[in-house]
Design a protein around this ligand. Structure first.
Ligand SMILES: [Zn+2]
Length: 324
């Protein structure tokens, strides 16, 4: 019995190479297209829960030229190289902050709505992955009216994406962009912002609230003027108990460039001197208070802390953890 069994086994083994040869003649199934992990991240601010959500990015070619208005190419490319970033192409991320409080779900700026760059517009699928239904957003707090911050308010057909939301806008920002007679005060490439303002806020008519600098917009959330990037650019300060979060919007674009060099201004800053003064004041306050912050154009998940370093600042990403 034993001998027959051995023979049968070795017979099977002898046959195996032929089977393998036959199998390898068939093309192996192609691997599934690689997909990235869902882009959302959660953390607590006191009893509130903040979520940052990835909308995507837009690449900028040759960032050493035509971007920073008061530094030369060698300096800008040096800053990029110091941060292990390419001098040929810099990706500008778009990251939206959400905040759950007893007053409801608040969203800070809107993402691109998939209408600005083919590599952006992922917010909707990432919201689904995060279990956030756009219909649950009750308040949208807008930092400023550049297209990457307001275009996602509406679809390509200009229907409201957040049908149950009230929209809160800085009154200074509103006054500027709602009046097209100001168009001579901005560079030509930014003049589309006037029409885009009318278009994107149109479907929310009757649900728009203008707030003043310093206003408490909902319990625990206050507007802080950070003018310069645009005339009414605003940061939001969140506090619950001793915990704080600053939603810093465009106080700085990529930190590797503007925190190391807080005096640099970009072509997107409508008043470069005011923008850099606001940046130094806001990040100085965040550093001094050891407060947490999020930003719209920082590396995902775009939350962490600010330290002073040399003549500028550095961004210290918060620890990633599964414990919320
Ligand atoms: Zn922006």
């Amino acid at each position: 019995m034993i001998r027959r069994h051995l023979l049968a086994t070795s017979g099977a083994l002898l046959a195996a190479p032929a089977l393998i040869a036959a199998a390898s003649a068939q093309p192996a199934p192609a691997p599934a297209a690689p997909a990235q992990a869902p882009g959302f991240y959660r953390f607590r601010v006191g009893s509130f829960i903040a979520t940052t959500v990835w909308d995507g990015f837009a690449p900028r070619q040759n960032p050493g030229t035509g971007w920073i208005v008061n530094a030369d190419r060698a300096a800008v490319e040096g800053a990029l190289r110091d941060a292990m970033l390419s001098t040929a192409r810099l990706d500008n991320p778009f990251i939206v902050t959400f905040l759950e409080t007893p007053a409801g779900l608040t969203m800070f700026d809107s993402g691109t709505g998939g209408q600005l760059a083919p590599t952006a517009g992922r917010m909707r699928e990432n919201l689904a992955a995060a279990g956030i239904d756009p219909a649950r957003v009750t308040r949208i707090l807008v930092s400023h009216f550049h297209g990457d911050h307001i275009t996602g308010l509406t679809t390509a057909e200009n229907a409201a994406v957040f049908p149950n939301a009230q929209v809160f806008v800085p009154e200074v920002e509103w006054a500027f962009w709602a009046d097209s007679s100001n168009s001579g005060r901005v560079p030509e490439f930014q003049r589309g912002t006037f029409a885009n303002t009318a278009r994107r806020f149109g479907p929310y008519q009757g649900k728009i609230e203008r707030f003043a600098a310093g206003a408490e917009i909902l319990p625990g959330v206050r507007a802080v003027a950070a003018y310069g990037h645009t005339p009414g650019h605003t940061v939001f300060h969140v506090a619950d108990g001793t915990d704080q979060l600053f939603v810093t919007a465009d106080t700085s674009s990529r930190p590797e460039v503007f925190l190391r060099n807080p005096g640099w201004a970009s072509i997107f800053d409508i008043d470069g001197a005011a923008a850099t003064a606001s940046r130094i004041a806001i990040f100085g306050r965040i550093a001094a208070e050891r407060a947490r912050m999020t930003a719209y154009h920082f590396p995902f998940p775009a939350n962490g802390f600010i330290q002073t370093m040399g003549d500028g600042f550095r961004f210290v990403p918060a620890d990633w953890t599964n414990a919320i």
